[in-house]
Design a protein around this ligand. Structure first.
Ligand SMILES: Cc1cc2nc3c(=O)[nH]c(=O)nc-3n(C[C@H](O)[C@H](O)[C@H](O)COP(=O)(O)OP(=O)(O)OC[C@H]3O[C@@H](n4cnc5c(N)ncnc54)[C@H](O)[C@@H]3O)c2cc1C
Length: 385
């Protein structure tokens, strides 16, 4: 490729769900002089490795609003993008073991309903009646979001990417951004391993690498990568389908149906930040133990394979979305913990609005750069897995 100097209206760093949806919404609104720079291949990092869950049950109203916008996009995905992303609204069942967690759920349910989220609260007996394979002896209760579910994250990202291309967006894989040029408080473009690209607008949607990319612009954003492991069983039909996304909130264990088996995972909250993606067999045993405790029939299931992916985590579990003050033209959308796939369509829409109009109707206060170093506990997202 040589050291060609090139230009773009917007240079997007990262080809995960955030990058491709931002490019798509910019191009759909007429700004197609956009280039996506992806150091590896599209949607192979967090997006391609995630479990595709889509829910509206959040504790922070701003996250509910992002989720509601995205759900409508997923409901109409095939019509708009020409791709069936296997969106299945099988429900999300959150379970509470601790009294404190159950009290949080109950107060969140009221707020969620006020925001138009369909959600049911269920006693342990009701849960047992509807999902007889669950052990409910240690549960205080659960909440079910019947519109929640999952979709195929890779197909969704490629739907955005392919439609962006049709609208004129350039996508360069195997191109790594190595620096960000800034002059007089204004972004000038990006340096890549294939040369310089001049651009008046640069977007950091580098997922777990978002903190590193921010540092290229001299900004310290508390976004760190953490490994999260997922395991898939062999074909398993002892549990009647559809199996909703069932989340044991207090231990962050979850499972759902993924034909023909069961997909399960758990967060190891004691694991330090790293870019490690290896599967740890010792941790797999802990996941199996949690699975058998919650659904004893899973003792009969056999693990087919496992993989590791990265969450990008911030101190209050909320992302940074928007402009970075002091560097005109530099935008970020990073730090989405374990719920960034589902927020991708909404965030792409929001970033395109910020870039083209300078504002958005969405409440971005919980996602503002200004909260760095402050402990704004009331904004913390509690429904994280
Ligand atoms: C195991 C697991 C399960 C999950 N389950 C869910 C779920 O059920 N529901 C949900 O909504 N979310 C889930 N998530 C979270 C979700 O995957 C992420 O929040 C989301 O994919 C983030 O998308 P992204 O575009 O920001 O990041 P990514 O998909 O990681 O994309 C960032 C891209 O930037 C590229 N990049 C980085 N640095 C550079 C550079 N210098 N130059 C060029 N390119 C660069 C990377 O190669 C990467 O492709 C899960 C995550 C994991 C790991």
């Amino acid at each position: 490729m040589g050291n060609r100097n090139r230009t773009a209206g917007v240079a997007i760093i990262g080809g995960g769900i955030m990058g491709v949806s931002t490019a798509y919404y910019l191009a759909r609104r007429g700004l197609s002089d956009v280039i996506i720079l992806e150091k590896d291949l599209l949607a192979q990092a967090s997006t391609g490795l995630c479990v595709g869950g889509i829910r509206q049950q959040f504790s922070n109203p701003a996250n509910i609003r992002l989720a509601q916008h995205s759900v409508r996009v997923f409901e109409n995905f095939e019509e708009e993008f020409g791709v069936d992303v296997n969106f299945r609204q099988v429900g999300y069942l959150f379970l509470a073991q601790k009294e404190e967690t159950w009290n949080d759920f109950l107060s969140e349910v009221g707020m969620q309903r006020q925001h138009g989220v369909p959600v049911e609260e269920l006693s342990p007996e009701e849960i047992k009646h509807r999902w007889p394979y669950l052990n409910v002896v240690d549960l205080k209760g659960g909440t079910l979001g019947p519109e929640d579910g999952y979709a195929d994250p890779y197909l969704a990202a490629m739907g955005f990417a392919n439609n962006s291309r049709k609208l004129g967006v350039r996508i360069e894989e195997k191109t790594e951004v190595t620096g960000i040029r800034i002059k007089g408080g204004r972004v000038q473009g990006v340096e890549t391993d294939k040369g310089l690209i001049s651009a008046p607008v640069v977007v950091n949607v580098a997922g777990p690498w978002g903190g590193e990319v921010a540092r290229m612009a001299g900004i310290d954003l508390p976004v760190k990568p953490y490994r999260r492991q997922v395991f898939m069983t062999k074909s398993f039909d002892a549990i009647p389908k559809p199996v909703p996304m069932i989340i044991d909130q207090d231990i962050t264990f979850y499972f759902r149906g993924e034909d023909p088996g069961i997909l399960m995972g758990m967060s190891d909250r004691d694991e330090p930040s790293s870019f490690d993606l290896h599967v740890d067999r010792g941790f797999m045993e802990k996941v199996i133990e949690a699975a058998i405790h919650r659904a004893p029939i899973l003792e009969k299931a056999e693990i087919l394979r496992g993989w590791g992916g990265l969450y990008a985590i911030t101190p209050d579990e909320n992302p940074f979305i928007g402009a970075i003050p002091g560097i005109e033209g530099f935008f970020s959308a990073i730090g989405f913990s374990g719920h960034g796939f589902q927020q991708g369509p909404a965030v792409g829409h929001i970033l395109s609005g910020l870039i083209l109009d300078g504002h958005t109707d969405f409440d971005l206060k919980p996602y503002a750069y200004e909260r760095v170093g402050k402990n704004i506990e009331q904004e913390r997202e509690k429904r994280v897995v």
